[in-house]
Design a protein around this ligand. Structure first.
Ligand code: ATR
Length: 275
């Protein structure tokens, strides 16, 4: 039976095995998909062992996406741009790295949630790995303005300069600021920071969230960011469960050549978490 896994640390709460089992059942595919806890200092050793055992591919989660990028033999454009890999395809001794996070976000936000990004003002919070994974796809939706705000302002500024050079003809005004310097008004605010309970509630001025669509790249029925967004009067407060399912669907398609139907899987996960 073809074998797949999600590798990370921690990994016990990953929903990926459930999602891929549902995709497999829906598309009539037979495969095994398991969680693999990898020691923090043992990425290469662990995945090489998994690969040499005949595995067909794996997903990569925190904190190994950069190491996966460095490990694979070949990179697709998105993974190269992001400097991070979340999906690996193993084929006849060759490993190919992809990043499906960006397409996962856009499929959920734009297609499932019907949130337009074209001609909109978008605020992206954070400038780390999570943001790098999605920012290129975001820009491909042609917002008018993209502000990247980060605790360490210089990191946001550097990223903004790099993106402005890369998308010089894109027609989007791109800038980078510190979290305390965010001004203006935004249609869509996306949280890509790893700030937990203690940090999220005061990332930026709460009035900025009023009437904005707020989206957390992290999933959970009530994340600190979505909770805060609701309190601040956001138009909508969405967590990343849909993005999780969509990035998984893109990985499944890469591995199996079949595109699963995501709506019913997402509905099942939403139902399970409301119980
Ligand atoms: P990830 O892969 O999850 O994005 P990362 O690359 O370490 O992890 O990036 C974490 C992001 O969350 C960064 O933008 C970080 O800000 P700094 O660049 O200033 O470190 C941000 N972050 C983490 N903890 C935070 C907090 N308590 N408040 C605000 N931002 C925080």
């Amino acid at each position: 039976m073809d074998s797949y896994a999600v590798v990370g640390n921690p990994i016990e709460h990953s929903l990926s095995p459930r999602i891929h089992q549902l995709f497999a059942r829906q598309t009539g595919q037979t495969l095994r998909y398991e969680r693999r806890l990898i020691p923090l200092d043992g990425f290469v050793e662990s995945v090489e062992k998994f690969a040499s055992g005949g595995a067909k591919g794996f997903n990569v989660t925190v904190p190994f996406k950069t190491q996966a990028h460095d490990w694979v033999d070949e990179l697709d454009d998105e993974a190269r741009a992001a400097g991070a890999v979340n999906t690996v395809l193993l084929d006849n001794g060759t490993s190919r790295g992809f990043n499906t996070d960006g397409i996962g976000l856009i499929r959920d936000l734009v297609h499932n949630q019907r949130v337009e990004l074209h001609d909109k003002h978008v605020l992206l919070l954070g400038a780390g790995g999570a943001v790098l994974g999605v920012v290129h796809r975001l820009l491909a939706e042609n917002p008018t303005r993209l502000v990247i705000a980060n605790r360490t302002a210089s990191k946001a500024q550097r990223l903004a300069v790099h993106l402005a050079e890369a998308y010089v003809n894109g027609g989007c005004e791109i800038s980078g600021v510190g979290l305390g310097e965010v001004a203006g008004s935004y249609d869509v605010i996306i949280n890509g920071t790893s700030a937990g309970l203690e940090g999220t509630g005061n990332l930026i001025e709460a009035s900025l969230l009023r009437r904005a669509v707020c989206y957390d790249l992290v999933y959970g029925s009530s994340t600190p960011f979505t909770q805060w967004a609701k309190q601040a009067g956001a138009a909508r407060a969405l967590d990343g469960i849909g993005m999780l399912v969509e990035q998984a669907a893109a990985a499944f398609h890469l591995w199996r050549g079949v595109r699963p139907e995501t709506a019913e899987v997402l509905a099942e996960l939403m139902e399970a978490r409301s119980r």
